[in-house]
Design a protein around this ligand. Structure first.
Ligand code: FCB
Length: 445
């Protein structure tokens, strides 16, 4: 079977600033919460930091050349807020902006569509010191920063993403404390999520005020939740998890406000929601960025095994090195569900990929058949949704390069290009060679 995509479909790759750039103290960059967190002993596996990462800040030309060789038509990267505004607000660091300015020019010259994300988790530390995303003022600071970047790049960049994965920022950063800023404050979770969504809405308005034909979206990580059995408690639990992880973000963006259903146990009095906020959050988007990695099979902790009917749905046998189930049909289900339940104007798969324990490069090659199978399966699932009418504009592999995988440091490799972190050599994995062929043929077979 050959799954062909329409002309103009965005074949691409994705990265983010802190995960690849390094050069964390160069050219006036301020400290971010990930600098502080990764330098705090015990926070990141192996004590790894993003100080050097893929040294992309110096090697960006080489990395753009890799993308040209791959044949990608779109590149999603993120802009480091502390490079642009080292103090979070106020004085602009021109050299920080210059870096992205040059990158955008090089991409355009190479015929690659730049897809910047304005926030991929590297909050200026000074803003965290002032309360971070628990404070409403951070949303306003984000809108100011966005206007500055849009003003500089908006003559060439039309497609923008505001915030990457507000659920992860909230849960991992402020509730569980396993990401920066490492706060374990479940009570502030709902306020953090609200301020991130508000920041998205304010930034959307800020971009449109500056860039006339801008197309703006937000990037959500969405896990389909399936009940392990038909026991009513499992079904209710899957529904609840869907509300908390997926609908908590989708519903307000779609103009439906926060879900009421199933959240009685949340002790949030919604005092942070001021008049007009929900309207700002619901400012229509042009597309939704969808990060898909896995589904979740949900069993209620309240049901004893003896009372549970035999499971109808079990996770499959294949898991990535992150312990995430490999489940390509979930991407099809998710895109269909979004289109049926929310009908946003368009979708882009802004991240999809996998970490596997790759062998070391040998003879200029890295053999990674599991990743090829993963990408192929998911591309076919995305294609199926597209062929059934879901307005899917593109698919971006996470990631171009092996990089700093947050709390896992450099121990998890998601790249289709291998990076040797001792000398920064880039080596094509078989998945990159495979992806190049897919792009050249405009079809997955
Ligand atoms: C996503 C993040 C991205 C990367 C992948 C594996 O949640 O957006 O930066 O870490 O997971």
């Amino acid at each position: 079977m050959t799954a062909r995509v329409p002309e103009g479909f965005w074949w691409g790759v994705a990265t983010s600033a802190y995960q690849i750039e390094g050069a964390t103290t160069e050219d006036g960059r301020g400290e971010s919460i990930w600098d502080r967190f990764s330098h705090t002993p015990g926070k990141v596996l192996g004590g790894d930091t993003g100080d050097v990462a893929c040294d992309h800040y110096h090697r960006w030309r080489e990395d753009v050349a890799l993308m040209v060789e791959l044949g990608v038509g779109a590149y999603r990267f993120s802009i480091a807020w502390p490079r642009v505004l080292p103090e979070g607000r106020g004085a602009v660091n021109r050299r920080g902006l210059d870096f992205y300015d040059r990158l955008v020019d090089a991409l355009l010259e190479a015929g690659i569509r730049p897809l910047p994300t304005l926030y991929h988790w590297d909050l200026p530390q000074v803003l965290e010191d002032g309360g971070g995303w628990a404070r409403r003022s951070t949303a306003h600071a984000f809108a100011e920063y966005t206007a500055i970047v849009a003003d500089r790049l908006g003559d060439r960049v039309r497609d923008w993403f505001t915030i990457n994965e507000p659920w992860v920022v909230t849960q991992l950063g402020y509730v569980l404390g396993i990401h920066a800023p490492g706060r374990v404050e479940p009570d502030v979770g709902p306020a953090v999520a609200h301020h991130l969504l508000l920041a998205h809405g304010l930034a959307t308005e800020a971009i449109r005020a500056v860039v006339r034909d801008a197309r703006v979206g937000i990037v959500l990580n969405l896990d389909p939740m399936q009940p392990a059995s038909l026991h009513p408690a499992d079904v209710a639990e899957a529904r609840l998890q869907d509300v908390l992880m997926n609908r908590w973000y989708l519903d307000p963006i779609a103009g439906r406000g926060y879900p009421e259903e199933g959240v009685e146990f949340l002790t949030w009095d919604r005092a942070e929601v001021r008049p007009g906020d929900l309207e700002t959050i619901a400012t229509p988007i042009d597309r939704l960025g969808v990060n898909y990695y896995r589904r979740q099979v949900v069993a209620s902790p309240s049901v004893h095994d003896a009372d549970r009917p035999p499971p109808r749905i079990r996770p499959g046998p294949i898991f990535t090195e992150m312990d995430w189930e490999v489940y390509p049909p979930g991407l099809y289900d998710l895109l269909r569900r979004l289109d049926c339940d929310y009908h946003f104007p368009a979708y882009v798969v802004t991240e999809n990929g996998a970490a596997f324990p790759d062998p070391s490069p040998e003879g200029g090659r890295v053999v990674d058949p599991d990743r090829v199978a993963f990408l192929r399966g998911h591309l076919l699932a995305a294609h199926r949704a597209l062929s059934e009418g879901v307005p899917l504009e593109g698919y971006l592999v996470w990631s171009l390069l092996d990089n700093f995988e947050w709390g896992f440091g450099y121990s998890r490799r998601f790249g289709i290009i291998h990076v040797d972190f001792t000398d920064q050599t880039r080596t094509w994995k078989d998945s990159a060679v495979w992806y190049r062929r897919v792009i050249a043929e405009g079809a997955v077979s």
